[in-house]
Design a protein around this ligand. Structure first.
Ligand code: NAD
Length: 433
């Protein structure tokens, strides 16, 4: 059993804390958001993540997981401090490190014994050295510490499984002893452990996310070509995916990527490159292709409705940036809703989980608690998020409720032949029109 503190109790921090507690460690999880901690103490989670509530409850009950807003309490006696605070985009596309800086200072001011500080937040290359410098300067009196980069690769929606069965653990440090200690902490996960230097570890995270984003933008471009040439991108992706050099993952054509990671990480990597005088052409194109998807989706709905959206009512099935999460950060639904609004349409929305978050973010969307209620009287529906429950909708019932049976399936969850056979005016993405 190790004494661990986790700084930042969001998607990554809460999962990290609960999982390390479940592996038998004693974890204190800290956040500066008092309401968040107050709720967690009552068993109310700040985010939706499958299985997390039960995992937190079990470990709190076992006395292995506790929550606090006090750095003194969290850091006291800890052997490991994980930084898992947000690193959102700054005004120029750079990663905003203010939360990391503040966390590092607070750790330094409150540590009572030698500590390994582990950075789980996605941070620009060079941040580990910067954090070490901040800690050194903020300590009231010199005390031993090391900084290790341990980027997180979990995905929202399958975060616990991803944390517990990672494809690899990446550790970077100039202090090999510290890296080995952190490696020991991860041994129970039985994944390959890559130990490297700080900067390389930080870069592995950015390069991984940028590659995955590239894969999605690539298949989206292929989807457009498929459409023009009469091929079906779903079958193209399946056919490509059998090749182990390519793999089937991240080859789903649709509305493109969003969320809290890919957008800001690709942007931050491009920014880092540009700062060094490089021209990151692939990254810039990957972003351009991605954000075009949202606009062209609205164009497709417009053309399905005869060329105008003025006065039309469009229902969005799904609002979260992907299924199994309530995360709305840079969700395609946000841009799609504002494009539809700008074209004169009334926009409705339904999501199985993210309604509360969505209400705060997409205020011009009329929210419904049921997909059929939402569909009632709509001129068209758009599948925006591929929640499983949308695959099981009663399509006959839906057709009867719609003013006109028009569906733009932005996630290719339905079979075009079946939809057309049922009398829908249907369009998916890249499916040979
Ligand atoms: P989040 O916004 O869900 O959570 C961040 C938390 O940090 C918030 O609760 C906030 O109140 C807290 N915080 C901010 N400043 C603090 C401080 N000084 N001290 C203590 N707490 C503080 O963020 P997230 O999605 O968990 O992401 C965290 C980091 O992990 C980011 O760098 C992100 O890029 C990276 N990451 C995220 C994911 C993901 O799927 N969300 C996956 C891999 C990596």
């Amino acid at each position: 059993m190790k004494l661990i503190c986790v700084i930042g109790v969001g998607y990554v921090g809460l999962v990290t804390g609960a999982c390390f507690a479940d592996l038998g460690n004693k974890v204190t999880a800290l956040d500066i958001d008092e309401k968040r901690i107050e709720n967690l103490k009552k068993g109310i989670l700040p985010i939706y993540e499958p299985g997390l509530e039960e995992l937190v409850r079990r470990n709190v009950k076992a006395g292995r997981l506790s929550f606090t807003t006090s750095y003194a309490e969290a850091v006291k006696g800890a052997e490991f401090a994980f930084i898992a605070v947000g690193t959102p985009s700054g005004v120029k596309g750079e990663a905003d490190l203010q939360y990391v800086e503040s966390a590092a200072k607070s750790i330094a001011q409150n540590m009572t014994s030698p500590l390994v500080i582990i950075n789980k937040s996605t941070v620009p290359v060079g941040t580990g050295d910067w954090v070490a410098d901040i800690v050194k300067r903020a300590q009231p009196k010199p005390m031993g510490f090391s900084v290790v980069s341990c980027p997180e690769f979990l995905r929202e929606g399958s975060a616990i499984g991803d944390f517990m069965q990672p494809h690899r653990t990446v550790l970077g440090s100039t202090d090999k002893d510290a890296a080995n200690k952190v490696a020991q902490l991860h041994l129970a996960l039985r994944a390959p452990i890559v130990i490297t230097d700080l900067r390389t570890a930080e870069m592995i995270k950015y390069a991984s996310n940028a590659f995955l984003a590239t894969k999605i933008s690539f298949i989206n471009e292929i989807a457009d070509i498929c459409e023009a040439l009469g091929a079906d991108v779903k079958e193209v992706a399946a056919g490509m995916g059998y090749d182990t050099r390519i793999g089937r993952h991240f080859l789903d054509a649709g509305l493109g990527w969003g969320g809290s990671c890919f957008p800001k990480d690709v942007l931050a990597l491009a920014y880092m490159a540009e700062e060094k005088g490089l021209d990151p052409r692939i990254l810039n194109t990957v972003m351009g292709v991605n954000y075009e998807r949202r606009k062209t989706a609205v164009e497709h709905v417009k053309s399905l409705l005869g060329g105008s959206l003025k006065g039309k009512t469009i229902g969005m099935l799904g609002l979260a940036f992907k299924p199994n999460t309530d995360d709305m950060r840079d969700a395609p639904s946000i841009d799609i809703a504002s494009e539809l609004n700008a074209a004169g349409a009334t926009v409705r929305g339904y999501d199985p989980v993210s309604m509360d978050v969505a209400r705060r973010i997409v205020t011009a969307v009329e929210m419904f608690n049921d997909p059929y209620e939402m569909a009632n009287g709509c001129d068209a529906l758009m599948v925006v998020t591929e929640w499983n429950e949308f695959k099981q909708l009663d399509l006959e019932k839906l057709k009867g409720l719609l003013k006109s049976p028009v569906i733009f399936d932005g996630r290719n969850i339905y079979d075009p032949a079946v939809m057309k056979g049922m009398g829908f005016t249907y369009r998916g993405v890249g499916r040979g029109y």
